[in-house]
Every structure is written in C-alpha cells, then in structure tokens.
Design a protein around this ligand. Structure first.
Ligand SMILES: [Zn+2]
Length: 596
C-alpha cells in the first residue's frame, strides 16, 4: 500500500505527536522523522510517505504511522480491499490477444494490406513524370500495384489536341468552369474519389493511387476528409526558369504562351481559378529537382520507408528546424496567417520567431494565465483582435479613399466614375502594402530575439515557413544570415529583384557553385511539419507505435514487403469499429461492466 498524507507539515507533526522520534525539516520538499534506526520520509509536493532504515524502528513506524494518521480506518483491510479489486478487475480485463486482433482487423497496428492515396502538387511545366515513374517503381518494390489517376482524365477531352499549349489551356479552363458551375472548389477531388472507387473494383488490396495533379487547396482538404491520414501529398518544386524552359523546349510553347500558362496556373485572381501556389505548401513531403534524378529517387524511397514504419529513419536538421519553425508559428494570434521562423548556427537552434504584436520590454504578447482565477487572457489592446480591426487593411482603405476624394475634388475624375476608381485602386498594389500592420514578422522576431540575448547572427541559417517579404529580406541580409530555407512561396515579396546583388535563389539541388558570399535562399526539401510527428515519433504520431529493439536488446528487422503502413486507411467507420469493440467486450467479460 502506498501511504499518503495530504495535510500540512504542522498537522502531520500533530498527528504523529505521540511518537517520540525526532523531526528533521532541513531538506527542501521533504520532512523526515527519525525513530530509533527507522526513518519516515514525507514528500510535501505529493504527500507520499516512505519508510526506510532497519530494525525495530522501521517496523514500529510502519505499524504506527498509518494508525495515527487514519485512526478511524482499518488500514489492514484497506490493503486487503486493494488486492481484491485488482483480482476482480483482472477477470474483467480483455485479454491482450483479443485487443490485438481488433487492432489487426480495424485499427492501426499490423496492417500491411492497406491502400495508399498519394496526391501530387506541382506547377505547370514541372516534369512530374520524373517523379511519378520512380514513385511507381518504388511502390511496386513494396508489393503494391499502382493506379494512375489523372485529374485531367475526368474532364472533357479537347476537340483537337494538336498543340500542347491548347491542350493544357483547355484543361485549365474546363477545371475553372466546373468549379464555377458547381460552386464547389473541391469538385475535381470528388471526381478523383469516384475514379478511385471505380479502379478499386472490389475489396481494398495493396493498391496505391497516384493523383496527378491537384491545383486548388480545397481539393487537398477534400481528399484529406475522405482518406484521412491515409492520404499523402507530395509537393514537387521546380523554379520558374526551369518550368519555362520545359514548356518552350519540350512542349513547343512560345515564350508568351509559356508565360501565360505559368501565370494562370500559379494563382488566378478569381476564387474558382487554379491556385497551385496556395496548394503546394499543404504537402506532407517536399521534393526539388536536381541536376540528375538521384535526389528525387532517394527522396521518394525514404518517404515511402517512413510511410511503411521504417524504425530507423531519423529527421535531417533541416526537417527538424522547419518543424520547430512551424511549431513557433502556432503561437501567433495574427488575424490573417501564422508564420514561424527559426535561426540556427552550426546546427543549433538559437532563436525562434512568430508574427505577432510586440510588447514593451521585448518580445511579442503571450496569452497570460491569471494565477488567481486560472483564466488565460490577452492584454487589452495587445493582440490585434482586441482592437477589432487590422490596422494595415484599415490604413489601405483610408489611403484609397483619400486618393479617390482628391481626384474627384480636383476634377481629374468625374463623379460617374467614382465606383470604378475605388475598385481600380483597390485592385492596385496598394492592397499589397504591409507596412501599416502592427505585427512584427516572424523572421524579424527571431532576429530580435538574438539581439536581446546578445547572440551573433553572422553565418547563421534562417528557416521560415513562408518566403521572406522584401522588408524582412533587407534586414536578413544586413544581419549576416547566410542561408534562408522556406516552404510557402510569397508572391508579393520583391526580395529577389530588389536585392539581386545580395541574394541568390538556390533552387536546384546539387548545383555546385563556388561560395560567392551571397545569401542563399532555398526551397525546403523533406518531410513537412504536418507529418513530422506521424513519421518520426515512436509513439506520439496519429498512427501505430514504432518498436526499435526486441526484448533481448537486439534491433528489430524491417522488411519492406510485409512492413505495415504507419497511418493506414481504415476501411471501417468508427461506428463499426465501436460495435466490434463491444462484441469483444461481451465475449470476454463474464461480469457486468463497471460503467453500467
Ligand atoms: Zn517579412
């Protein structure tokens, strides 16, 4: 029995007053009572009482202390009841074997027959066949058959497809049209789901469906709702120069046609248009083209091994740092988006940053817990929501109003054109201005953390969940940071043009360039933050636990043909699994469940 006393030290001394031992309260957090050669330790924070020492003293303490503390209770019978309840519950315990069989049937352990749905997101002009080919080959190595789901195949085919430009443009327009008519930006994903159902043709087997390619964030959200953690999105990065070259040289587009397709694909201004740029950063895994295909092949192999529960695949420092940057972003209370940053030197994280409002004394506002009430509150007028308006948008609107009013007053524009004028000004670059926001950007927050702590930033690396804006970029250059790694593109940033002499976009892997002293900006490669725990944590991901050694200490073997998927698609609903769990309980319990 574990004996506890939850009162104060004074009360304890009073209750044990009849014992003639000596008290020792010289130690922090622990009070000691010595009696002959016996010792009683009382730990203040937990209330736990332990007996040590030897001889009659210890035996006496063990016998007397429970009686003195709890005179009205029969402590002997307390021990007996505890043992009895353990025995009783043992008869009610569902045996391990049956629980495992439930998991094998429905849940997350031991499934190596599950299906996989893998989406691809890449901008137009990306040679995605260079990824899909090796991905298909490698999936076969895991014992899978592969079904290609081309999103374009669910759209009406073009009447004549003589030119590649016409063909690509045709499918872009058809996709837009369908999203607009259905008033549903995820409509193509619904078509994809139907295709998968048709290609399955029976009970689920070891089949992988590669969906090429997704163009709208709603499509990704939709497939994640249907397939849950069994859906994986691969983002393939290819810089605009490379895509332009591919479209003109390999697909016979003119310079203008290539330019037009790339622009449409990235972000059409209307809501139901293609939004590849907003879709890319939702990926679980990021790839980047190198001079040869090895980085793609090896990257895919590692990603698949992680999906198939390889126990010895650990994160790179870049993956770890980007995960930490993402974690940092989550503290942000910004009204439009959460951005995170991390600065590292010699593979050691020296600062984190997020985008939020600064507070006097340094740093950004945290939510604070009131120690009296336990309520977590934000400081009045602190975070932006407490002022009920985004100062940046408010100021943009007042600038637009002021220009419109002046032009009207001066007679430059007639009053019939007033509405057009307001609309045109709103669509101008005025709406891209960010300087009237109260928010400190994540990159700057991380840099300022270094300055507060007196840590030099020369030669360090900055990881940021979003491509830095031109305002942060100039400060990044000035701080001496030598490398910047980012996930999400940020089209409003003019950093590369404004600072072309100081920044180099290192968009292709393994391009061996001599160190020219420029700040290198690189797209992130590897497992993205949203799957970091699922794929690298041994026990905290949403999938099954990972085991690395056997009971005798030897490392476990891993065989890709029988390896289970860590977060498999479960072909049953929770209602069916719940019913099966109830069945197992009824079969194995011979007493009324205690919760009834
Ligand atoms: Zn910025």
């Amino acid at each position: 029995m574990s004996l506890k006393f939850t009162g104060t030290y004074e009360e304890l001394k009073q209750k044990l007053g009849s014992l003639t031992g000596t008290w020792d309260d010289s130690q922090t957090g622990k009070k000691v009572l010595r009696f002959d050669e016996g010792v009683m330790n009382w730990y203040e924070s937990t209330g736990t009482i332990q007996f040590q020492g030897k001889g009659g003293g210890k035996a006496r303490l063990e016998a007397e202390v429970p009686k003195l503390l709890y005179p009205e209770e029969n402590t002997d019978s307390l021990i007996a009841t505890a043992v009895a309840s353990v025995n009783a519950s043992a008869t009610l315990t569902v045996t391990k074997a049956t629980v495992e069989s439930l998991e094998q049937r429905f849940l997350t352990t031991g499934i190596n027959e599950g299906e996989l749905v893998i989406g691809i997101v890449s901008a137009v002009g990306t040679e995605s066949t260079r990824v899909i080919g090796p991905l298909t080959d490698r999936l076969k190595g895991f014992g899978y058959t592969v079904e290609d789901i081309r999103v374009s195949s669910i759209l009406p085919a073009p009447a004549s497809a003589s030119r590649e430009y016409d063909r690509i443009k045709h499918y872009m327009c058809e996709g837009d049209k369908l999203r607009e008519l259905s008033k549903n930006n995820a409509i193509l994903a619904a078509g994809v789901a139907q295709q998968i159902a048709q290609k399955r043709g029976g009970a689920p087997t070891k089949k992988a469906y590669i969906v090429n390619s997704l163009k709208h964030p709603r499509e990704v959200e939709f497939l994640r709702k249907v397939y849950g953690d069994g859906f994986y999105l691969i983002g393939i990065h290819a810089d605009v120069k490379r895509r332009h070259r591919f479209l003109t040289e390999d697909k016979s587009c003119t310079q203008e046609q290539a330019h037009e397709l790339i622009k449409i694909d990235e972000d059409e201004s209307f809501d139901h248009g293609q939004k590849t740029r907003d879709t890319y950063h939702l990926a679980d895994f990021f790839l980047n083209f190198g001079n040869n295909d090895d980085p793609i092949k090896n990257g895919l192999q590692r990603f698949l091994e992680l999906i198939f529960s390889h126990p010895y695949k650990n994160p790179t420092f870049d993956e770890f740092a980007m995960f930490m940057a993402f974690n940092s972003s989550v503290r942000s209370g910004d009204l439009s988006r959460q951005v995170g940053a991390v600065i590292s030197r010699e593979r050691q994280i020296i600062a984190t940053g997020a985008n939020d409002v600064p507070q006097s004394g340094g740093g950004l506002y945290w939510a604070e817990m009131d120690p009296e009430t336990g309520k977590v509150i934000d400081r009045p007028d602190g975070k932006d929501y407490t002022r009920e308006v985004d100062s940046n948008k408010e100021t943009q609107a007042s600038i637009i109003n002021e220009i419109a009013r002046t032009l009207l007053a001066e007679g430059v524009v007639t009053s019939e054109k007033e509405l057009d004028l307001a609309r045109l000004l709103k669509e101008s670059k005025i709406s891209d201005l960010t300087e009237f926001g109260r928010i400190v950007h994540a990159e700057m927050d991380a840099l300022l953390s270094c300055s507060r702590a007196g840590i030099p930033t020369v030669g360090s690396t900055l990881y940021c969940t979003t491509f830095p804006c031109h305002n942060c970029a100039k400060h990044i250059i000035a701080s001496g940071i030598s490398r910047v790694v980012y996930v999400e593109p940020y089209p409003k940033s003019r950093a590369l043009e404004f600072h072309s002499e100081a920044i180099e976009l290192k968009s292709e892997l393994n391009t061996a360039t001599a160190d020219n002293g420029l700040v290198k900006f690189e797209p992130f490669v590897g497992v993205g933050p949203r799957r970091f725990l699922d794929l690298f944590s041994m026990s905290l991901g949403s999938g099954s636990k990972l085991r690395r050694k056997n009971n005798d200490g030897s490392t476990v073997d891993w065989d890709k043909v029988i390896a289970p998927i860590r977060t498999p698609l479960i072909p049953k609903s929770y209602l069916e699994i719940e019913a099966a769990a109830g069945g197992i309980w009824n079969e194995n319990s011979n007493a009324t469940p205690p919760f009834e």
